[in-house]
Design a protein around this ligand. Structure first.
Ligand SMILES: Nc1ncnc2c1ncn2[C@@H]1O[C@H](COP(=O)(O)OP(=O)(O)OP(=O)(O)O)[C@@H](O)[C@H]1O
Length: 205
């Protein structure tokens, strides 16, 4: 399971890519910063810049240590992006997990049966795949999760289950940056809420 982490801070300074930005933002461990904004505003681009998944200019620091001083794979283990549509490359679900102990801990919390680990990926529903992709990202190293509309394909009950898991991660001092179009979700989860409007992050609450 994920253990209680030390306090940490993710600092984004003047990040810019694909004509979006510059954006600056600070996220503390244990908080849930939510970003809303119109379709095409650049919310996914912003998250993908932080994870260094697209070429970008600017700086990102984890506890004062600049992103450039981490190997890219090491950075993404600690600052992990999860897309709305997860990618799967092997036949069975289990093959995608490096830490099965972690998987067995989180499966019941996500309302998922252990047998699903042995299933082929194609057998999973969209909602099951999305929840599995979240669990897959929980490694012992993760400090910040960048969650991109991760509940968009889920039924209302599963949305609440995933939100409860996000809150448990916060209690364990994981920091969350969440993109959402669901204003009820914003009310339930946000410790702070920004709207992305014409390349500016505007603090709403
Ligand atoms: N790799 C890329 N190369 C060029 N343009 C891109 C790339 N990725 C995204 N864009 C463009 O950047 C803009 C912002 O896209 P982005 O996916 O960040 O929007 P979004 O705010 O997340 O929208 P939605 O709410 O619909 O998911 C869009 O016009 C998109 O076409």
């Amino acid at each position: 399971m994920i253990e209680l982490r030390n306090q940490s801070t993710l600092s984004v300074r003047a990040l810019f890519a694909l004509h979006h930005g510059p954006y600056s933002l600070e996220i503390n461990s244990g908080s849930c910063v939510v970003i809303t904004g119109e379709s095409g505003a650049g919310k996914s681009v912003f998250l993908r810049m932080i994870a260094d998944l697209i070429p970008n200019a600017g700086q990102v620091f984890l506890d004062g240590k600049e992103r450039n001083s981490f190997a890219p794979s090491e950075w993404r283990k600690q600052v992990t992006y999860i897309a709305a549509e997860s990618g799967w490359w092997a036949k069975t679900v289990k093959e995608h997990f490096t830490d099965l102990e972690m998987a067995y801990y989180w499966l019941p919390k996500f309302n998922l049966k252990e047998e699903l680990l042995d299933a082929d990926v194609v057998q999973l529903s969209t909602g099951e795949k999305q929840r599995m992709a979240l669990i897959r990202a929980f490694s012992s190293k993760v400090r910040f999760l960048l969650l991109d509309e991760i509940t968009s394909a889920l039924d209302p009950k599963s949305v609440i289950v995933v939100e409860q898991c996000i809150q448990e991660l916060q209690k364990q001092n994981i920091g969350i940056l969440l993109v959402s179009h669901n204003m009820e979700q914003v009310k339930r989860l946000a410790t702070s809420h920004y709207q992305l409007i014409t390349d500016q992050l505007v603090l709403c609450s």
